[in-house]
Design a protein around this ligand. Sequence first.
Ligand code: AMP
Length: 286
Amino acid sequence: MPTFKDATSLQAFLNSQRTGNNTVGFVPTMGALHKGHLALVTSALSQNEIVVVSIFVNPTQFGNAGDLKNYPRTLSKDEALLKTLHNDIIVFAPNAEDLYNGNITSNSYNFGAIANEMEGKYRQGHFNGVGTVLELLFDIVKPDYAYFGEKDFQQLQIVRKLISLTKQPVTIVGCPIYRENSGLAMSSRNERLSKECRDASAFIYKTLQKVKEDFKYKSARQLNEWVKSEFDKQEALELEYFEIANIDTLKTIKRKHKNNKYRAFIAVFVEAVSYTHLTLPTICSV
Ligand code: AMP
């Protein structure tokens, strides 16, 4: 399984592989791979002859220096995991200086109103960082298809918007959330949780499931109040936001409309032993 650190040798290799109707499927990740990432890679493998996985902890999308520093980096373990899926997966693991050509800053994109909701509100600059790194990576890899998880549903919508702005010729594929047995969405950050906090985090999914059930006959306002009061009782979990929003506009629901589709979004801080705070955004459909 080839791993490339620099863009030029990756591109030369990809050019040698791009024959006939071969398509390139691309899965951008920040590494510390888990089954959620592997599900995306499996989809890419089922639809493309060539699959590239990038492993790059992107500095421009982190607002918090501590979170960036503590983000797990496990390249050899990641390579071994990918090898269990297929021998020929291509890994691209550049360093930041090279990828950004020595200028590690974000572009400024006009993603429209969806960028002002939720993660856009709570993590200023995050989506410009995501857009910048993806534009760079798409330019290098030139994928036909790129795979993104619905765990980060707002990001998926932002990426679709990015493509409409940059006109890069790639089709974006959304993949369902992969969960731990407890229902907690799999995340590289879960590795930093103590067992106690990880167990306590199962409450997040339980709450979302109850919301989904009750959404049939309760108003969004009632559900918001209920979720807040339930989290108030949880010592290990601190609710950052909970919203039921329209899946297209990501605007918070005011009144239910029969033909609209909604999704519940939640971000929770889980206090780890080290007293750092971790964000575990997780979402589900309602
Ligand atoms: P990350 O490494 O966290 O940047 O994630 C890379 C890609 O994997 C993103 O498109 C995520 O949405 C996706 N992803 C991460 N965790 C999961 C999960 N539990 N289920 C589905 N997709 C996921």
